[in-house]
Design a protein around this ligand. Structure first.
Ligand code: SF4
Length: 113
C-alpha cells in the first residue's frame, strides 16, 4: 500500500507518494526523493528548543546539529527540560555532546553573555 506524506525540505511542501516498490512521485524537485525514502525507512528531525541559563530569566535557543531519529525527540526534550547551562556561551558552541547516544550534539543557536 502506497504512503502519502508532505515534503518538509522546503516551504513548497509537495505532496509526495511512495509506492510499495519505493517509487516516489509528486516531488517538484529531486530533493523530495531521498526525503521521502528516509521518512519511510527512519524518520528524522532537527530539534530546536530552549534551555535554562543559570542566573538568567531569558532561556537560550538551542538545536541539534544534525537530524535525530523521531523516536528520540521526546527523550531529548525531557533531558533539555532539566538542563541548566552556564553563560557565557558562543554561537554554535556544543553544550551537550552526543546527546542520549543519538549521534547529535546540542549546540547554542545564539551567543549568550
Ligand atoms: S520536493 Fe523539492 S520542491 Fe517539493 S517540497 Fe520537497 S524540496 Fe521543496
Amino acid at each position: 500500500m502506497s504512503k502519502r506524506l508532505t515534503c518538509l525540505v522546503c516551504p513548497r511542501g509537495c505532496q509526495l507518494e511512495v509506492s510499495d516498490d519505493l517509487v516516489v512521485t509528486g516531488n517538484f524537485c529531486p530533493r523530495g526523493i531521498p526525503y521521502a525514502l528516509q521518512e519511510i525507512k527512519e524518520p528524522k528531525r532537527t530539534l530546536t528548543y530552549l534551555v535554562k541559563v543559570e542566573g538568567q530569566k531569558e532561556p537560550l535557543p538551542v538545536r541539534t546539529d544534525v537530524a535525530v531519529n523521531k523516536s528520540l525527540i521526546f527523550p531529548i526534550v525531557e533531558y533539555l527540560n532539566k538542563l541548566v547551562i552556564k553563560a557565557p556561551v558562543t554561537f554554535n558552541e556544543i553544550l551537550v555532546e552526543n546527546i542520549l547516544n543519538s549521534g547529535a550534539n546540542i549546540i547554542a543557536s545564539r551567543p549568550r553573555r
